[in-house]
Ligand binder design. Structure first.
Ligand code: ZN
Ligand code: ZN
Ligand code: ZN
Length: 374
């Protein structure tokens, strides 16, 4: 594991998260949960990084003292996180040991065991083998804690939001005809770090017809006068919490049809933001944006869901999508990002992160929402 250790919150915060996860596991009838590196491990104990062939895992559950199984060569890094702060039990191993058996030993006797969704088959299959069990996904248990942000987490998301807003406010410095998307993206990436992020997670600069592809990142296309340009950017601030915001720019004067469509999109985005409050479902928020677009005959151009949750990962629950009847609760944080796309011509997306409050929502991105001429 290529671990970066940042433990932005006090040990008591992590202790409470671990207790809650064990209680939720018990409530779901699970005897134990095995959490591999990924957003769940980052949330629970502040250990960051990706899974590699050497197993690192946190084992917890009702009546189990949370235990970290970790390669000895990673031990110092892992101890510098909440794992050390809380004095959690550690079972370290060296090459030649069977790490999967060490995990099985911690939860000997368990009959229902869940795994975090970021744990790869490389480890899930040997673990199932050692335990002699069919493992389950612990996702429904683990998402519960991560989905509801506490005030410290909201403060970090706010910090990330202002940092990315500062970058959007500077985009007019770099975006102009005669430069390539890649050149503009390089300047933006530099600013993402300069404005307070630790990492650049993504930079999308979709100019002209490239803006019609929601998944376009960057290319060597030369930006032309009159291009509508989608700029969707984000990074993680030092605590590990992410920003994600999209604005649409135009180089010079837009085609009147594009200007009109984007004005409708701004209203659709606002309607979805206005729909957010506790008790409303995710699909109702999605429908609020979709209805405004439908009234203008633009719903066929909206190719994706309205939004996704955000926190220590850029995409997480709740998903603001058709068919999701999840009821919104105070503390949930997610994007509101409707878009319209016309293949071969142009596209536009407008994206803010919002946090559900007691009676509505707080918008964490405030850079101007309409088409910004550069
Ligand atoms: Zn985005
Ligand atoms: Zn997004
Ligand atoms: Zn995305």
């Amino acid at each position: 594991m290529d671990a970066v250790s940042t433990t932005p919150f006090s040990a008591s915060v992590y202790a409470a998260r671990l207790d809650r996860a064990s209680a939720l596991a018990a409530g779901a009838g699970l005897d134990a949960i095995i959490v591999g590196p990924g957003p769940d491990l980052q949330y629970l104990v502040g250990v960051e990084g990706d899974t590699i062939e050497r197993l690192t895992a946190l084992v917890l559950g009702p009546g189990i003292a949370p235990t970290v199984v970790v390669p000895r060569m990673e031990l110092a890094k892992v101890r510098s996180t909440a794992v050390g702060g809380l004095g959690l039990a550690v079972s370290d191993w060296v090459d030649g040991d069977d790490a999967h058996t060490l995990v099985a030993d911690v939860i000997a006797g368990a009959t229902r065991v869940g795994v975090s969704d970021a744990l790869p088959a490389l480890h899930v299959i040997p673990l199932a083998d050692r335990l002699g069990l069919r493992l389950e996904l612990a996702t429904p248990v683990l998402r519960e804690g991560r989905m509801i942000k506490d005030s410290d987490e909201i403060a970090e998301l706010r910090r990330a939001g202002s940092a990315i807003d500062a970058v959007h406010r500077r985009v007019p410095e770099w975006l102009r005809a005669g430069r390539t998307e890649r050149e503009v993206a390089a300047d933006i990436a530099e600013a993402i770090v300069a404005e307070g992020h630790r990492t650049v997670e993504f930079v999308i600069v979709g100019s002209g017809p490239n803006g019609a592809d929601p998944h376009h990142e960057v290319s060597d296309r030369m930006i032309e006068d009159g291009d509508v340009v989608v700029v969707d950017i984000g990074g993680a601030v030092p605590s590990g919490y992410n920003s994600d915001s999209t604005r649409t720019y135009v180089v010079g004067t837009p085609d009147p049809k594009a200007a009109e469509g984007i004005a409708v999109l701004v209203r659709a985005q606002q309607a979805a933001v206005d729909a957010v409050r506790p008790g409303v479902t995710a699909e109702q928020v999605d429908a609020a944006a979709r209805t405004v677009l439908a009234d203008a005959g633009l719903d066929d151009a909206f190719l994706h869901r309205t939004g996704h949750g955000i926190g220590v990962s850029v995409h997480e629950e709740p998903y603001i999508a058709p068919g999701n009847d999840l009821v919104l609760r105070e503390g949930m944080a997610f994007s509101i990002e409707p878009g319209i796309y016309f293949a071969g011509e142009w596209g536009s997306r407008i994206e803010d992160i919002v946090v559900v409050t007691a009676d509505g929502c707080e918008r964490l991105n405030t850079a101007p929402h309409g088409l910004t001429a550069v």
